[in-house]
Design a protein around this ligand. Structure first.
Ligand code: XMP
Length: 315
């Protein structure tokens, strides 16, 4: 049986022994990094510096929200807008594992730069158990290189500290609730962001499409769940598929992209079952995406795959 309070006490005390100088935390605003930041902050106070990197692959208004969260948590923070750098680094890259490795390495190089400026020697990451298990973990096949594990470069200047390494998502959420963090119920969002929700090259223009589609999926599903039409899934989003199909807009021929709707139920992300979204909600999502992204997207499909054999994200 997992005890959140005991975990908090034990972890904060070992962190205060372990981190003798200053630490930097990779802060995405998700449950894992927020819990981690709160724990390390408890242990070493303002010797912790939170760094939020806007990779250009964040969801709509997300970086603004994350900056707000860092302020509310009274963290010492730095905000780095690296979007153009990321788009340039991923230019022409289609392979999912290469994308993940480039993104992972870039994160580290940015953190190292901040660390040099601030005389920091260790990097705190909110890595949790499924991240390293699915990244190979030494014993298993690599399903995908999570950006904070398999996506890390071989040579690093910073020492890694990962207080949540042995926890699963449901346990991290228990810790978040015990710490009274409002982020406890937020749906997971992968570190490589929208880049792995774009099948093929993640250009700025294609990111704009998937960002808008993701926002609509979130909005419509949250609205439906507030009205009691459906339960809020564990995770729900859109994926841009590089398949163009023929359609019709008014009386004009269209030839546009395809968006897939993905929503899943899970406990710990190791397995998942696709969520049953009522047809009226699917209908609202489909109409809104095709109206908003007119001439760019003219077909919406619904992913009915479990994990296994699929994974939650498509890449
Ligand atoms: P998969 O796609 O592996 O996803 O079934 C399981 C859970 O992990 C999230 N995910 C990631 N999280 N870095 C992260 O921080 C990553 O590289 C990464 N890849 C997948 C995914 O959104 C799901 O919640």
């Amino acid at each position: 049986m997992f005890h959140a309070e005991k975990f908090i006490e034990k972890t904060a005390s070992s962190l205060s022994e372990d981190i003798t100088r200053k630490a930097l935390i990779a802060f995405s605003g998700g449950v894992d990094s927020t819990v981690c930041a709160a724990l390390v902050n408890k242990a070493i106070g303002d010797r912790l510096i939170a760094v939020h990197v806007n990779t250009g692959y964040m969801r709509k208004n997300e970086s603004e929200l994350v900056v707000q969260m860092m302020k509310e948590l009274s963290l010492n923070y730095r905000y780095v807008d690296a979007s153009q750098e990321y788009y340039a680094a991923l230019k022409g890259v289609e392979d999912p594992e290469r994308k993940r490795k480039i993104i992972g390495e870039k994160f580290i190089r940015i953190f190292e730069q901040v660390a040099r400026e601030e005389h920091i020697d260790c990097l705190v990451q909110g890595t949790i158990a499924p991240d390293w298990i699915e990244s190979g973990g030494g014993l298993r096949d690599t399903i995908k290189s999570h950006h904070n594990v398999g996506g890390l470069p071989q040579e690093m200047e910073l020492r890694l500290v990962e207080p949540l390494r042995d926890l699963y998502k449901d346990e991290v959420r228990k810790v978040a609730r015990a710490l009274q963090l409002t982020v406890a119920e937020r749906q997971p969002f992968p570190g490589p962001g929208l880049a792995i929700r774009i099948i093929g090259e993640a250009t700025e223009e294609r990111t704009r499409l998937v960002r808008e589609a993701c926002a609509i999926v979130e909005q419509e599903i949250e609205r439906a769940s507030q009205k009691g039409v459906m339960q809020l899934p564990w995770q729900y989003f859109a994926v841009l598929i590089p398949i163009k199909t023929v359609g019709v807009h008014g009386d004009k021929r269209a030839y546009g992209n395809t968006i897939a709707i993905r929503a899943v139920q899970s406990v710990d992300a190791m397995t998942c079952h696709y969520s049953t979204i009522p047809h009226e909600v699917l209908d609202a999502i489909s109409t809104k995406i095709t109206n908003t992204l007119k001439e760019k997207v003219n077909r919406i499909v619904y992913d009915v795959t479990n994990k296994p054999p699929g994974t939650v994200e498509w890449e």
